[in-house]
Design a protein around this ligand. Structure first.
Ligand SMILES: [Mn+2]
Length: 330
């Protein structure tokens, strides 16, 4: 049995989309919310014969990867997050590149020699890689209007991946992937009245309108931190809202905080374990360090340009903001 394991954001969904449009294959789909990157362990090792893994850190999935390779399962691993040590195995084929200006869908686009470049461009926009997306779009001859449309599409699909659990999401990422598979050309989707594109757009605009009321926790030259309410809409919009802030002030790092629901104090018990979900964006003009800073805290990690911490104790927020400030003010 073949398994397709992919991150639930635009980059993960569209990486698989390109791959399966080019090389159709029956598969078991394993995905989740964007933050859920411990996905490889969900593969049933007793039935797996081959696995494609897209857009999740190899470092964070090394144990199940090693177990699959030990069982002689063929693994195709494509990603741009931290790799850690890469296992040496004849069963493992990799396309790994941690350059801050590439993403999994762009790696797949190269692999497929540009067969579904319009989709790859949407994914790159969705991962907030404006420069790379625009460069590829110019190369393929898309008009500025078409580029703006793919930018929107990427943002909306990316936005759908954010949430504490799949219950927060408008569409389960596996369902969204399957629906998008009917559109080899993303412009067919964009030009179709009432399509997923328009449904996601409407939902996105409603959530973003609410996010404008975010509480500013800290505002300095090198960093700005804002807190969103603890509601499903806020958990959905946190990442794309962070990208939006980054695009407005490209020299500054941005932190978006949401209070974790499960640790909310109750009337009987004032919880000592109150914590935040943290989304950190490096300054667009200095795309480095975010993953390293978040990795200093338990449950933190990510890429140089964009990273996060799943559980940051409220008492360590000041320390975290200091770390971010010190890193970027130099
Ligand atoms: Mn990605």
């Amino acid at each position: 049995m073949h398994y397709d394991v992919f991150n639930g954001d635009a980059d993960g969904i569209i990486a698989l989309l390109q791959l399966r449009l080019a090389k159709p294959k029956e598969s078991v789909l394993i995905t989740g919310v964007k933050r859920d990157i411990s996905l490889l362990k969900q593969v049933d090792i007793t039935t797996a014969t081959s696995v494609a893994v897209l857009d999740i850190s190899l470092e964070k999935n090394i144990q199940p990867l090693q177990a699959l390779l030990d069982k002689q399962v063929e693994v195709f691993y494509v990603d741009h997050h931290r790799t850690g040590e890469i296992p040496n195995s004849a069963k493992l084929t990799t396309l790994l590149n941690t350059d801050a200006n590439t993403c999994t869908s762009l790696l797949i686009n190269d692999f497929l020699q540009g067969q579904y470049a319009s989709w790859a461009i949407a994914a790159a926009f969705g991962d907030n890689m404006q420069a790379s997306a625009t460069a590829l779009a110019d190369k393929t001859g898309l008009t500025k209007t078409e580029q703006a449309q793919l930018n929107e599409l990427g943002i909306y699909i990316n936005y759908n991946g954010y949430g504490a659990s799949v219950d927060d999401l408008h569409f389960h990422p596996a369902d969204l992937y399957q629906a998008l598979l009917k559109y080899p050309d993303p412009f067919t989707l964009i030009n179709e009245k009432g399509s997923l594109f328009w449904q996601l757009k409407q939902a996105y605009l409603a959530d973003m309108a609410k996010a404008q009321s975010a509480k500013v926790i800290s505002e300095q030259i090198s960093v700005k931190a804002v807190q969103l309410a603890d509601e499903a809409w806020a958990r959905r919009v946190s990442g794309v809202f962070g990208n939006d802030l980054a695009n407005q002030s490209p020299d500054r790092a941005h932190i978006v905080l949401t209070l974790n629901k499960e640790n909310k104090p109750t009337e009987e018990q004032e919880s000592p374990s109150l914590s935040y979900t943290v989304s950190l964006r490096a300054p667009l003009n200095n795309k480095q360090g975010a993953g390293d800073i978040c990795s200093l805290f338990p449950t933190g990690g990510g890429r140089a340009a964009a990273a996060g911490i799943n559980v940051l104790p409220v008492g360590r927020l000041e320390e975290f903001i200091e770390q971010v400030k010190n890193y970027y003010q130099g």
